[in-house]
Structures are given as C-alpha cells and as structure tokens.
Design a binder for this molecule. Sequence first.
Ligand SMILES: [Zn+2]
Length: 125
Amino acid sequence: MVACPCGSGASFADCCRPFLKGELEPPTAEALMRSRYTANVRRDAGYLHRTWHDSTRPVSMDVDAVEWRGLDVVGTTGGGPDDAEGTVTFAAHHSTGGISTGTMRETSRFVKEGGRWLYVDGDVD
Ligand SMILES: [Zn+2]
C-alpha cells in the first residue's frame, strides 16, 4: 500500500487518488484541501487549477519546487457535506534537498458551487 501524501493514514488509492483522477468529488472542504496538498506533492497543476475558484485562480499555474513533507490539519469551520462554505487551517511542512526549510501555516477559504468544493483564497500566518 502507498500511504496517501495527505497524511490521512489511508492508502493513496482509497484517499486522494479518486479526487485527482476526477472519479469522485471531495465531500468536504477538508477533503478538498487534503487532495490539493496531495496534488502539490505530486506536481499535479491541472488538479490545482480545476479546484481553484475562477474568481481568484491565477492565469498560469506553477507548482512550487519545494518538497512537501507532511500536512497537519489544525482546525476546520463549516465545510461539511451540507455546508456551502468552510475554512480549513493547516500546517504544511516543507524541505529542500532533504533539509527541513519550515512550515507554512494557512487558513484557506472554500465554497461549494454546483456540488463541488472549490478553493477561494487563504490567509498565511
Ligand atoms: Zn489523501
């Protein structure tokens, strides 16, 4: 089993892979946030693009060259299957050349449109 990069404890095949493949929609804002983290790890710019709200989406998508080393979801508000918006606060650990370079902390905002969760923007601590 390949552990999912998002740190859920599930295998990649049972966690973020169906979202990245477009086979399933993430049911919650947290699931979308985790799958976008996994897309960063896997350099899947297409997934980041299509899960980004078109009001805030950059014209061109570059996936950061940093190596993502782990994700901690710190807290959530809303974002459940019956909600229309939500936030996810997380800490993402990164490194370069195998050397830890720090942790990015962000509270991301998400909205659900047409049954799909989308990333809007976020406040970096
Ligand atoms: Zn996952």
